[in-house]
Every structure is written in C-alpha cells, then in structure tokens.
Design a binder for this molecule. Structure first.
Ligand code: ASP
Ligand code: MG
Length: 418
C-alpha cells in the first residue's frame, strides 16, 4: 500500500468541528487508496496553558515532569482524531510516543530521535487498520520516561515518520495555504510558491518565515522527504499548497525565490580591539558561552594607531537578537575584567533589521548583490552590514525601513511573476 503522512497543527485541531474537518481530509486519502499516518499537535493554546501550569507549580521544575505535563495535549487530540475517524467508518487507532515506540534521547524538552521501529504500526496496518494517529512532539527515553522535542516539534515528528515508513509525501496541514515569496502582510504582491528547495526553505524558516520548524526541514532534506505545506481550511487536492523538495525536482528555478526579514536584530561594535592572533576567539568564545546567538560578523582591516590600546587595532562588529544585547555586553565587560581582551568602546545599535534575499539560482548567476544594493539605494536605504552565503545575501538596515526594503526587493527581483 502506498503510504502518506498527514500532519495537523494546533489551529487545524482546535475544536471538535476542526478535528472532524481534518478527519474528512484523512478519509479522502484513505479512499484514494493510501494507508495514512496522521500526526497531530495539541489543540491550539493547550501546550502554552500547560507550560503555564508547570511554571505556576515549580520554579526550578523537574524537566521529566515538565515533559509529562506538556506532552499530554497531543494525547487528547490523537485519541479524539481516532474516535472521529472510527465514527466515519475508517479503521483508525491512536498511538502515544511510547506505544510506537518513538525512541529518543533523554534530553528532556529538546529530545532527538534515536529510532522509530515500524513493527507495531505495520502489524496494525496488516490487520486491516487504515490509519495510525500518532501524538506529535513526544517520544520515550531509554529510561522509559516521556520526552518532548521542543516547541513546534510535531512537524519534526511528521517528517521522521515519513522517513521511517518511506511515505510518498508528508503533508503539513496548517492555517496558511503555502510558502510565499515574502510575508503577504508586508506586500500584497507576495506570491505563493508552487515549489521550493529544501535549502531555500531552511534559510527562509530560520529567517523568521515560521511555517515549519527548522529541524523538520533539516530532517526532510537529509532523508529527501517531500514535504507539502497546505491549508486545512480550504478544499485541497494533489496540487494544493507548496511542495518543499529536492532542487532536482525544480526544473527552472528563479535566481531569487524569496525575501525574508528578521525584525529584532542588534548590531554591536567593539571599537579598536587589539589586533593579534586569537582575538576573535577571545571575543566570540565568551559570547557563545553566554548563549549569545551571533549571526553576522565583520572585522575591519587593521589600523596601526594608538588609542588606549597599543599596537595594531581593528573594529569588530557582530549582530545578535535584540534581547541578547545585555548579555553580550556583560560577556565583553567580563572579558575585559579578566584581561583577555581590550577595546576603546562598545557601540550598540538596537534599531536594525535584517533583510535577506534567498535563492539556489544564485549559485550560477552573477549580479544578484548588485541588483539588491541598487534597489536599496534607489529607496535611500543605508546598508550597515552585508553578509553572503552561496544562496543568500543579507543586509542590516535601520528597522524603520524594513517594510520599504522588503517591498523594493520583491519588486526588483520581480517575485510577483511566476
Ligand atoms: N504542541 C506543541 C507546541 O505547541 C508541538 C507542536 O504543536 O508542534 O509546541
Ligand atoms: Mg507549528
């Protein structure tokens, strides 16, 4: 039997009527001849509510009990979905993580998969069951305790099952109808993409286009699981939504596929740090230890000048999320106090945003950066930092120009056109 994985997010199972609506989509696939593994999230809001219960009970809570509590929302929807399918005449059975079993590490609330043996679910399919409804987001450790995968983890559960069972496709049903060239709230010219490559999706996801948990895309890329993002609130067929797939499946990709942004960025410059071997390690080591997620890094050319620092100096600039600036500053002050670095001053700019253009076509096309910079210059937007990778060009700009810049770039790369 061909097999499909269908995942329904929290808004798609938010109440009994929506569970019924989702169940009808499952029934339609069964009628098309598929065995189906359904992965469900908790009803929207439930996981947050339970996190609140845990925090209201214990400040320094035991992570095992946190997982025991917050994983329960998925158990409810799995059982209800199986019941609804049974009411519709579809042979369905629910599965909690330990029953499969979904074997994970013991890292509570950020557990990783070890194995998903197929035997138990395969045996049920062999008995004539058509649907296995599996609670997303959870697993079981070697110690036999319930684990969870981290917020948004049901996407990753879905991809892991698709890989383990060799599913034809992994359909992620959510409250948007696909992946767009940029945020439709910023420009109404944003266009739904028919297909997008794994690597592009990874860049867009980690840049704040939060349709899929980043980990799920990484896993899909590794196991070449074809992922489809589509809406559970619309009539859908085989061509609905956006397919996230291997780039080989995309015949003619555009040079740029999307424009992403991230609003809460800050730029930190250490002025006149001593320029010597080991200085970058002496700066970024303590930042990493302090849990600062450094993104872009720029080091100026060395200048031989005497401030309070003797010998050659350089300016070192990096970006990080706005809410980590205080931590970054403290880490740098501690490093100065410990005598491992010296500088003349720290300059923080917390009003910046990052805009990126992403596309696998960039690998083989020149001139993307020039087009990007020209479009920004035409709008008088000053670029503060530039960073590039093989398939992405990112700039930091003043936050107040963020929307304008996204619109200008969307126009410049003609992303509204197919
Ligand atoms: N219910 C979990 C959460 O809200 C997992 C998920 O929905 O993916 O994070
Ligand atoms: Mg989600």
């Amino acid at each position: 039997m061909p097999l499909l994985v269908m995942k329904f997010g929290g808004t798609s199972v938010a109440d009994l009527a929506r569970i019924e609506n989702a169940a009808k989509k499952v029934q339609a696939e069964v009628e098309r001849g598929y065995d189906v593994i359904v992965i469900v999230s908790a009803m929207s809001g439930e996981t947050n509510k339970m996190v609140g219960f845990v925090e209201g009970t214990s400040k320094l809570y035991d992570a095992r009990e946190y997982d025991a509590v917050v994983s329960s929302g998925e158990n409810v929807t799995a059982g209800l979905m199986a019941l609804r399918l049974q009411e519709m005449g579809v042979a369905a059975r629910s599965w909690q993580g330990w029953q499969v079993p979904i074997n994970t590490t013991s890292a509570h609330s950020s557990a990783r998969f070890i194995s998903i043996p197929r035997e138990n679910i395969d045996a049920k399919f062999a008995e004539g069951f058509k649907v296995a409804v599996v609670a997303g987001f959870q697993g079981v450790s070697a110690e036999g305790r319930v684990t969870t995968l981290g917020r948004g983890g049901s996407d990753t559960t879905a991809v892991a099952f698709a890989a383990a069972f060799g599913a034809e496709r992994c359909d992620i049903y959510t409250d948007v109808d696909g992946v767009y060239t940029t945020d439709p709230r910023i420009t109404n010219k944003a266009r739904k993409l028919e297909k997008i490559a794994f690597e592009e999706m990874l860049e867009l996801a980690s840049l704040g286009a939060k349709v899929l948990q980043t980990r799920s895309v990484e896993l899909a890329m590794r196991y070449k699981v074809r992922l489809r993002v589509l809406s559970s609130f619309e009539d859908t067929d085989e061509n609905s939504g956006t397919l996230v797939c291997d780039e080989d499946e995309i015949m003619e990709s555009k040079v740029v596929s999307g424009v992403a942004y991230s609003r809460d960025e800050a730029k930190v410059t250490l002025v006149r740090v001593e320029d010597r071997p080991g200085i970058a390690a002496a700066i970024f080591g303590p930042l990493a230890e302090a849990g600062v997620n450094v993104d872009m890094i720029v080091q100026n050319i060395s200048e031989v000048e005497v401030g309070s620092v003797k010998g050659a100096t350089t300016d070192m600039t990096f970006s990080c999320p706005t809410n980590q600036v205080a931590r970054a500053q403290k880490a740098m002050e501690d490093a100065v106090a410990a005598g491992t670095i010296t500088y003349d001053g720290i300059v923080v700019d917390s009003d910046v945003a990052k805009i990126s253009v992403v596309g696998i076509g960039m690998r083989s096309h020149a001139g993307v950066a020039a087009t990007m910079f020209k479009a920004l210059s035409k709008e008088n937007v000053n670029i503060k930092v530039i960073a590039t990778s093989e398939i992405k060009i990112s700039v930091l700009i003043d936050r107040k120009y963020m929307e304008l810049a996204v619109q200008a770039l969307h126009d410049a790369f003609e992303l509204e056109k197919v």
